[in-house]
Design a protein around this ligand. Structure first.
Ligand code: CDM
Ligand code: ATP
Length: 297
């Protein structure tokens, strides 16, 4: 018997970042949108906890107990006083270290899958608690759709979305480390007052209306200057996507994946082709959102 869970990637349509807190984290106003690029996590009973991974980026995924999927299984088993004896297999389609919450998706997926396999009957609130212990992005991977995350980004309020948004994602030649990008944000912020992070009302209204032009005018990412400082070539990818007619071009989360908002699926294909031809990125994918969060198949 095995259980498979499908979990989407995310793009941050607004990422407002406050000053570093004493615990090293940053308070955020983080507006997440789940998009239709997925990892699938399958758990099967085994003699001991084991992780395997398949997919184009599989070689970059750790297979030891630092893998977020393994940590999720360990966390749930510890709470129930049971052995975490499962084989966790990750069919990985979300880019690794791309700022699209790929590892977080696997953490949320493994948690939901183990809960179903072991019949642990965890409540939604307990699952969200465990997710928040695993990482700031993990609760959103569980719930999907669109949400505003405050605190570290883990305290979520679901948002209404009045339509489907069409995106193009350009994957870069190498990854960026999330802590390194936050450190660079702190370095660039030295000597200036960092305002409290707040969600933009224009952005929330644009999401509620499903209005791509209004959303394009409102998207922001406070980590973008830091990501560009560490990875200056991303400016060329952003410029290529803008020149191809995207409505908005931004770094996704901590990067280095870049995200391009388009008016419809056809425009997304056009922008995707131009980005592929530009030679400024490794691969290009299209995806629409919002989509549901972690789902047992
Ligand atoms: C950049 C985003 O992806 C936007 O959604 C998230 O803020 C990062 O979420 P994540 O990868 O789940 O991050 P975590 O695993 O919780 O934290 C990794 C590291 O990122 C930094 N970090 C993360 C979240 C946050 N609110 N402030 C931070 O400073 C910290 O250095 C932390 O040690
Ligand atoms: N299941 C996993 N899949 C991918 N990476 C993982 C996983 N578990 C742990 N990691 C580690 O986490 C690092 C970041 O990977 P991940 O793909 O989650 O980055 P990300 O998409 O930039 O995350 P985020 O958007 O949440 O900041 C990887 O380099 C890897 O060492």
């Amino acid at each position: 018997m095995s259980v498979t869970v499908r979990v989407p990637a995310k793009v941050n349509v607004q990422l407002a970042v406050g000053a570093a807190r004493p615990d090293g984290f940053h308070d955020l106003a983080n507006v997440f949108l789940a998009v239709g690029l997925y990892d699938e996590v399958t758990v099967t009973p085994a003699d001991e906890l084991r992780v395997s991974c398949a997919g184009p980026d599989a070689a970059q995924v750790p297979l030891d107990h630092t893998n977020l999927a393994a940590r999720a299984a360990l966390a749930l088993a510890a709470r129930r006083g049971i052995e975490p004896n499962v084989h966790v297999h990750i069919a990985k389609d979300i880019p690794v270290a791309g700022g699209m919450a790929g590892g977080s998706a696997d953490g949320a997926g493994a948690l939901l899958a183990c809960d179903a396999l072991w019949g642990t009957g965890a409540s939604r609130a307990e699952l969200l608690d465990i997710c928040a212990e695993l990482g700031s992005d993990v609760p959103f991977s569980l719930v999907g759709g669109a949400a505003l995350g405050i605190g570290r980004g883990e305290r979520l309020t679901a948002l209404e979305v009045g339509g489907t948004f069409h995106w193009v994602f350009a994957m870069a030649e190498r990854g960026l480390s999330t802590p390194a990008v936050f450190r660079e944000f702190d370095r660039l912020a030295e000597g200036r007052e960092v305002p409290e992070p707040v969600a933009s009302q224009d952005l929330l209204d644009a999401l509620a209306k499903g209005d791509a032009d209004a959303l394009a005018a409102a998207v922001t990412n406070d980590l973008q200057p830091a990501a560009l400082s560490l990875f200056p070539e991303l400016a060329d990818t952003l410029a290529a996507g803008r020149a191809a007619g995207s409505l908005a071009a931004l770094v996704s989360g901590s990067g280095p994946t870049t995200a391009f908002l388009t008016r419809d699926a056809e425009a997304a294909e056009r922008v995707a082709k131009a980005l592929r031809d530009s030679g400024t990125c490794r691969t290009v994918r299209t995806a629409a959102g919002p989509v549901p969060g972690a789902t047992v198949l």
